[in-house]
Design a protein around this ligand. Structure first.
Ligand code: PGA
Length: 254
């Protein structure tokens, strides 16, 4: 179901005490400051070792726990890996898949991501599936072609029922951690395109019901303008998710 959503991707940051302090501050600020504000689902994605302790501090309600990755197999001899069922068992509801850092540094391709999506869904997790183009691709005028392929090869193999569980995140790689945000027009143009592709692959209802988040240097200053676009349903936040004041202000930006 389409909803306003802000997801915080903490990446490989924080120690346990820092993670606990950060989430406590966020929960308190949001509770104190958002009465009467539009409903927003908040998803917090800390590093694996902190899922359980951070989850305990979330206090339910609008707060949900997410992981940053999962393995494609259900269990077995895969030293160092974490399965979707493990994540589900510690309280995760969401998992980020296809983040450009996973694609780039860990060579995750569409075929592997398809398997990860299936594994996540089989364990009852809701995937937040990331797509996005490099600066080179954008400058060559190939953004839509690139996104169409990522969606088709990585995501659109899912059944209607499976796709229902998916949130899409548009994260232009040139905007991630660079301080360069897509303009609200650039974001809207791509989000509308993604929604159109969903309508083609599934149907108009699926397209209308899918939340599409923007990610890439989204912060407390630009969130309101981005979230006011008709096809932008919220944000996937990296750097600004590590600062309680900034993250809370982003949540308040609807
Ligand atoms: P950023 O990261 O907000 O630091 O640009 C976004 C992301 O990688 O999800």
């Amino acid at each position: 179901m389409r909803k306003n959503m802000v997801a915080g991707n903490w990446k490989m940051n924080t120690t346990l005490p820092e993670a606990q302090a950060l989430i406590s501050e966020i929960v308190h600020m949001v509770q104190d400051e958002t009465t009467g504000s539009p409903a927003v689902e908040v998803v917090v994605c800390p590093p694996f070792p902190f899922l359980l302790p951070v989850g305990k501090l979330l206090q339910g309600g609008q707060f949900h726990l997410g992981a940053q990755n999962c393995h494609q197999k259900a269990s077995g001899a895969f030293t160092g890996e974490v399965s979707a069922a493990m994540l589900q068992s510690v309280g995760c509801e969401y998992v980020i898949l296809g983040h450009s850092e996973r694609r780039q540094y860990f060579r995750e391709d569409d075929e592997l991501l398809s398997q990860k999506l299936k594994a996540a869904l089989a364990a009852g997790l809701k995937p937040i599936f990331c797509v996005g183009e490099t600066l080179e691709t954008r400058e060559q005028g190939d953004t839509f072609k690139h996104l169409e392929k990522q969606l088709k090869d990585g995501l659109f193999h899912l059944s209607n029922e499976e796709f229902d569980q998916v949130t899409v995140a548009y994260e232009p790689i040139w905007a991630i951690g660079t301080g360069k945000t897509a303009t609200s027009q650039q974001a809207q143009e791509v989000h509308a395109f993604i929604r159109e592709q969903i309508a083609r692959a599934y149907d108009a209802k699926a397209a209308l019901n899918t939340s599409i988040l923007y990610g890439g240097s989204c912060n407390a200053q630009n969130a309101r303008e981005l979230f006011s676009q008709p096809d932008v349903d919220g944000g996937l936040i990296g750097g600004a998710a590590l600062k309680s004041r900034d993250f809370t202000d982003i949540i308040k930006s609807f």
